[in-house]
Design a protein around this ligand. Structure first.
Ligand SMILES: [Zn+2]
Length: 52
């Protein structure tokens, strides 16, 4: 499990600002989107995390 919650627009692992929206994969992530929580992915280390 490498996902981390965060509040700023940076990767929580490497601090890189090159992040993109990740595709939602399942019903859980669709539900998160409805709540305004977006799955993101870092372009540097490929960490997945959620942004509020
Ligand atoms: Zn990163």
């Amino acid at each position: 499990m490498r996902s981390l919650a965060m509040f700023s627009q940076k990767c929580p692992l490497c601090g890189c600002e090159e992040i993109r929206r990740s595709h939602r994969r399942n019903a859980w992530e669709t539900l998160l989107l409805w709540m305004g929580i977006k799955p993101m992915r870092c372009r540097e280390c490929y960490n997945r995390f959620y942004m509020f």
